[in-house]
Design a protein around this ligand. Structure first.
Ligand SMILES: [Zn+2]
Length: 87
């Protein structure tokens, strides 16, 4: 899968990365759109207080549920459109 990877401060590239292996309670989202906010800019500039590199950037996304790994019922299903913001 492709990802926007900040390999070092100020060095953003799009590259192939391994598809994540889901753990219980996680879902894989195929990203359709990702926003860029002020936090992303501070990460890019190396000024974010907790960010480290390398890191896949973008934490405000709209996408489609591609896989679900959960031993409990969840409120969404494969192919649902979702939006999320996380830090
Ligand atoms: Zn943000």
């Amino acid at each position: 899968m492709k990802a926007a990877m900040l390999e070092n401060w100020g060095q953003l590239i799009v590259k192939e990365i391994p598809k994540p292996e889901l753990q219980n309670g996680e879902a894989l989202i195929k990203v359709l759109y990702a926003g860029v906010c002020g936090s992303d800019v501070t990460v890019y500039d190396g000024k974010h207080p907790t960010a480290t590199v390398p890191v896949v950037v973008g934490h405000e996304i709209i996408g489609i549920v591609e896989e679900i790994c959960s031993d409990k019922p969840v409120d969404f299903k494969i192919n649902d459109r979702v939006k999320l913001s996380y830090s």
